[in-house]
Design a binder for this molecule. Sequence first.
Ligand SMILES: NC(=O)c1ccc[n+]([C@@H]2O[C@H](COP(=O)([O-])OP(=O)(O)OC[C@H]3O[C@@H](n4cnc5c(N)ncnc54)[C@H](OP(=O)(O)O)[C@@H]3O)[C@@H](O)[C@H]2O)c1
Length: 231
Amino acid sequence: MKGQRVLITGGTGGLGLGVVPAILAQGAELTIPYQKESEVERLKHHLSATEFSKIRFVAANLLNEAVVEQLIDDMGRVDVLIHLVGGFAMGKTHEYAYEAWKQDFDLNLHTTFLACKHSLRKMLEQGYGRIVTVGSRGAVQPVGQLASYGASKAAVVALTKAIADETKGTNITANCVLPSVIDTPANREAMGTTEADRWVKPESLAQVICFLASEAAQDLRGATIPVYGSI
Ligand SMILES: NC(=O)c1ccc[n+]([C@@H]2O[C@H](COP(=O)([O-])OP(=O)(O)OC[C@H]3O[C@@H](n4cnc5c(N)ncnc54)[C@H](OP(=O)(O)O)[C@@H]3O)[C@@H](O)[C@H]2O)c1
């Protein structure tokens, strides 16, 4: 990935703490859109000053198509898109607010669509690209009280497979990782640390993502890779 332009959305989130250093170690030129300054500060504490100085941070709400288009146009080219943005909310279906359902689809699916759409535009011009999206185990093994999460992540899988089909015959690929529970600061805070050694480490998931984002993964298309750790 040396010299390649890599866009990591959600790079300041919990998973980003593992993915960003791994991608920087490959010699890539990184752009990270963010919303909260506090998360940029948190990432800063996980990186050396030299690593941090190599990242271009851009304040951007990825639900605004004009903002996504500008972000990607400003990059000039996009060799790799790693779309980490996403999140979950819980609730029984018969009690779930329609507004909350739509917000979950915004966060998980619609950000993925916009980031993929505009990155693909560049990748098709360039004739090269790697797209890595993040689904969830819940996309293929849905569980109760997480219907909107499972449904929106299943849609991320479908979108990724559709892109893989559309880009057959090119050097552009799209694949999706399906994590179970990731060992992030937010999960430790919410669930304690008793089970944490069985969760997937961000650094471990980062290695899978790095391979999917590499030139070597040219023949892997539309894969959904379970990365479940020991749970
Ligand atoms: N954590 C887990 O156990 C787990 C398990 C399975 C799958 N996953 C998936 O893995 C991915 C990363 O999870 P995570 O734990 O790192 O989540 P996270 O800590 O909540 O990070 C999500 C990131 O997305 C950004 N984001 C959200 N909405 C945005 C928007 N409209 N525009 C721009 N940025 C936006 C957030 O930035 P701001 O905070 O600044 O808005 C944050 O940096 C997600 O797709 C998640 O669904 C996570």
